[in-house]
Design a protein around this ligand. Structure first.
Ligand SMILES: Nc1ncnc2c1ncn2[C@@H]1O[C@H](COP(=O)(O)OP(=O)(O)OP(=O)(O)O)[C@@H](O)[C@H]1O
Ligand SMILES: [Mg+2]
Length: 296
């Protein structure tokens, strides 16, 4: 069992932005989702775990390796796919993987060949291995990103917003691939989409303004607000009135052109409301609302 242990980690950028404040997380094998809006601090956290940035304070350990001071040891076990991967050269997937394999120190030609075949098959790119990666679709490129990071059999995989820009079918395919490789590996991925973490993550952390605001299994998180989500249908021009009176989490149109509002409340807010089944999205919107209000 692999384990990543982060304790009281803080990071401030030279321009004064406090990107992370006192983060503590214990993460073991499986899929771990880092859910947060733009600027929450997801990439900062991931870059630090990937040894590309130093923490100001706190400790980060993976399987007993000090991430802060043992870069080389950690990198041998690490697979990292950054948020912006840059431009791919006009080379076939197979050739590029061969270069990456050499860079990662797989010196035997035979060993490299078999490893490349294995990762191409796993990521479903074997049939298009002769095509230029620069001509791949967004989803295929993301899968290629996974193929290259799998070459050195990483035990800690970090992928930063991998589903951004993917269509629903590719997104599902990509997340299933991550799920498959997370059996005996720590896989951390970030997203701002609740649906990415709802089904596939064993554990997740919701982060905003550089803080971990809630952490646990999707089921546990929803249980916290199980009997606190209420809904009712209102005329569209009533929305601002409801927003001042109640803690409105979200609203959506009904076929009758009314607005169905979802409200957080410990007890029935007023007789027109009915109790609704709480969702992970409700929990996320609630967390965001609380932190935004505190920082307003
Ligand atoms: N190199 C940097 N120098 C200064 N400030 C930075 C730097 N990188 C990030 N920040 C700031 O730190 C905060 C956290 O940024 P970060 O990129 O970690 O967030 P994020 O959750 O990855 O956001 P996104 O969803 O937009 O990728 C933001 O306020 C951002 O502007
Ligand atoms: Mg980011």
């Amino acid at each position: 069992m692999n384990s990543l242990s982060i304790k009281n980690f803080s990071k401030q950028y030279p321009n004064g932005v406090k990107a992370l404040s006192n983060i503590s997380l214990e993460i073991s094998d499986g899929m771990f989702g880092l859910l947060g809006p733009n600027g929450a601090g997801k990439s900062t956290l991931m870059r630090t775990i990937a040894t590309l940035q130093r923490p100001d304070s706190g400790s980060l350990f993976f399987n007993g390796i000090n991430i802060h001071s043992e870069h080389t040891k950690l990198r041998r076990l690490l697979g990292y796919l950054p948020q912006e991967f840059g431009v791919y050269p006009n080379e076939s997937a197979e050739r590029l993987l061969n270069y990456f394999g050499i860079l990662k120190g797989i010196s035997s030609v035979k060993e490299r060949r078999s490893k490349i075949q294995e990762v191409l098959e796993l990521t479903n790119l074997f049939d298009v291995r002769k095509n230029a990666v620069s001509d791949y679709s967004g989803g295929m490129r993301q899968r290629f990103g996974i193929a290259q990071l799998l070459l050195n059999d990483p035990k800690l995989i970090i992928v930063d917003e991998p589903t951004a820009g993917l269509d629903p079918a590719e997104r599902r395919r990509f997340l299933n691939l991550l799920r498959e490789i997370s059996q005996d590996t720590v896989v951390i991925f970030s997203t701002h989409l609740v649906e990415d973490v709802t089904e596939l993550c064993q554990n997740l952390a919701m982060i905003n303004k550089g803080m971990v605001l809630m952490e646990g299994t999707p089921t546990n998180i929803v249980q916290n607000i199980e009997t606190n989500i209420w809904t009712c249908d209102i005329a569209t021009d009533k929305l601002s009135e409801y927003k001042t009176k109640y803690s409105v989490l979200s609203s959506s149109f009904t076929p009758q052109q009314k607005l169905r509002v979802r409200v957080f409340s410990r007890s029935q807010p007023s007789p027109e409301f009915t109790l609704s089944t709480a969702s992970l999205e409700d929990a996320y919107f609630l967390i965001l609302q609380i932190t935004e209000a505190e920082h307003a």
